[in-house]
Ligand binder design. Structure first.
Ligand code: FAD
Length: 493
């Protein structure tokens, strides 16, 4: 009889885990609480507009390619990937912006133009970042990180010695560059990791290599194409998907997860992967005696930010925008304090604006644009319609001032999504958007463990365990959890 594995959640990590297991002959069923699959990377369509709800930056295409190659497939078997050039625009004020070229030579010239002599520093900085990238994204992330002993490996230790672990990304950037705009450009990518550049270990300057050397890509049709590809891949190996199927309990007998409860039905299993938010799996689906971590533990973690997202369908073509745009026209240090040190709603937040209709005519009706405005906020903030409306007005006004055009009377469609929506839709702890912050003491084997210590056949995957948040790490997380199950299954034979 085939080994049975039940997966909770059909986000990136659940989908990748399901595909890897099914390819290896395991009978896999995936249970997703929402009507649609994709989790934080879902998509919605309204009035002819297409919006990716979560991720919009497709970085590290090599890692995604590597995942598909495990199945003898390529991303191009499922979607068309376009390299963006310029990669993105940063606004520093009403009249000041910088387009970041997708070409490295052009970028070096741009650095020299802004800060004479900084081009060679950039080249050296990126060489170092490349080294970290290969260590981080092609060595470390594939470790299950059960214990630090996995990292006692000659090659990894040699890497670690070179990596200057204790310095922060900000420390390295500010040692080399003085111009405020260049500093902001180089510090921005680590914000994806959920902590300030001052608190992010310098290992993560690997993100600069991903950003500036490997570039920003876009799957035509939207980021959801990746979800759809994983869904097709898993389906081709026979994975069964149940949507509108919230798991309410992991049933434990003799220290084994022997099944899942979904409404009144019980599904039996040999293994379970909890790919929904770790805190939810542990604290809501497991009996207390079998939890890996207490409520107190979770409250002592540093969570990555949540986000306020504004989805707008705009009835005209917009100027002054690229596909990705960052508005650093306000004091980001103050905004960072509002997120990380003294959590509160920010007064003058930085904004990120994505307009995928600049690249893809299929995501908005002819003559229209789809805008997504993202404001990072502290996790756990209370929101309501008045707060949402306030930030909608604030963001639109800033957008209009900076880009010099009015949109308020041309809005065809509007939806605002925030902390409480993350909690309702994904059972997200404190409404976090991106999981745990990647600070030093929450890195690698110091993250919540992928394996339950008390239940032998229960594993966790997703952005709250190793290797962490983001599309490539979440996919890898599912893959590593699946490989751990395959190891256990083979030991039993
Ligand atoms: C706004 C936003 C922007 C982002 N931008 C980027 C980006 O540009 N680039 C990038 O690389 N990454 C980005 N990320 C991060 C990336 O999207 C996530 O790290 C990744 O999608 C997480 O995948 P996951 O499988 O861990 O979790 P999820 O996607 O949350 O999947 C977990 C699934 O479990 C389901 N679930 C929860 N409880 C239950 C239950 N009881 N029963 C059944 N199912 C349940 C949830 O509904 C969900 O579908 C972004 C994230 C957000 C939110």
């Amino acid at each position: 009889m085939k080994t049975k594995t039940l997966v909770i959640g059909a986000g990136l990590s659940g989908l990748s885990a399901a595909a890897v297991l099914a390819k290896n002959g395991v009978d896999v069923q995936v249970f997703e609480k929402n009507r649609e699959i994709g989790g934080r990377a879902r998509q919605f369509k309204q009035n002819g507009y297409v919006f990716d709800i979560g991720p919009s930056w497709y970085w590290m295409p090599d890692v995604i390619e590597k995942f598909f190659s495990y199945f003898d497939k390529k991303p191009s078997d499922y979607y068309q990937l376009i390299k963006l050039d310029p990669s993105y625009r940063i606004y520093f004020g009403n009249d000041e912006s910088l387009d970041v070229p997708g070409n490295l030579n052009e970028l070096v010239r741009l650095f020299d133009h802004i800060e004479p002599g900084s081009g060679i520093k950039l080249t050296n900085f990126l060489k170092d970042a490349e080294y970290k990238y290969h260590f981080g994204m092609h060595e470390a992330v594939y470790k299950p990180a059960h214990s630090f002993t996995e990292f006692i490996d000659r090659k990894i230790l040699l890497y670690a010695l070179k990596l200057d672990f204790l310095r922060s990304v900000s420390g390295v950037v500010r040692k080399n560059f003085k111009d405020k705009r260049l500093i902001q450009l180089l510090e921005f990518p680590v914000l994806f990791l959920g902590a300030t550049p001052q608190n992010t270990p310098s290992l993560y300057s690997l993100m600069n290599y991903a950003d500036l050397v490997l570039g920003s890509w876009y799957p035509m049709g939207g980021m959801f194409k990746l979800i759809d590809a994983l869904y097709q891949l898993a389906g081709s190996y026979g994975v069964t998907f149940h949507t509108n199927a919230p798991v309410s309990e992991i049933i434990i007998k003799n220290k084994k997860a022997c099944g899942l409860k979904v409404f009144d039905s019980i599904y039996t299993s040999d293994f379970v992967i909890g790919s929904a938010d770790y805190h939810h799996i542990d604290n809501s689906l497991l009996p207390e005696a079998y939890r890996n971590y207490s409520e107190k533990y979770w409250h002592s973690r540093v969570m990555a930010p949540s986000a306020l997202l504004i989805f707008l369908g705009v009835r005209k073509k917009l100027k002054g925008l690229l596909h990705h745009n960052i508005f650093f026209d306000t004091d980001f240090d103050q905004h960072a304090e509002d997120i990380y040190s003294k959590p509160k709603w920010p007064e003058e937040p930085a904004l990120y604006v994505s307009c995928t209709s600049k690249t893809d005519p299929g995501v908005a009706p002819p003559g229209c644009e789809n805008l997504v405005i993202l404001i990072p906020i502290a996790p756990g903030l209370e929101d309501n319609d008045t707060i949402k409306e306030h930030y909608f007005r604030l963001a639109v006004k800033r957008f209009e001032t900076i880009t010099g055009q009015s949109i308020i009377d041309d809005i065809d469609f509007k939806r605002i999504y925030s902390c409480s929506d993350f909690t309702r839709d994904y059972n997200s702890f404190k409404g976090n958007a991106y999981g745990l912050a990647n600070i030093l003491w929450q890195t690698a084997f110091l993250k919540p463990k992928m394996k339950n210590r008390k239940v032998q056949n229960l594993f966790y995957s997703g952005q709250l365990t190793t290797p962490g948040p983001g599309i490539p790490p979440s996919i890898i997380s599912g893959q590593v959890a699946a490989l751990e199950i395959l190891k256990k299954k083979n030991q039993k034979k």
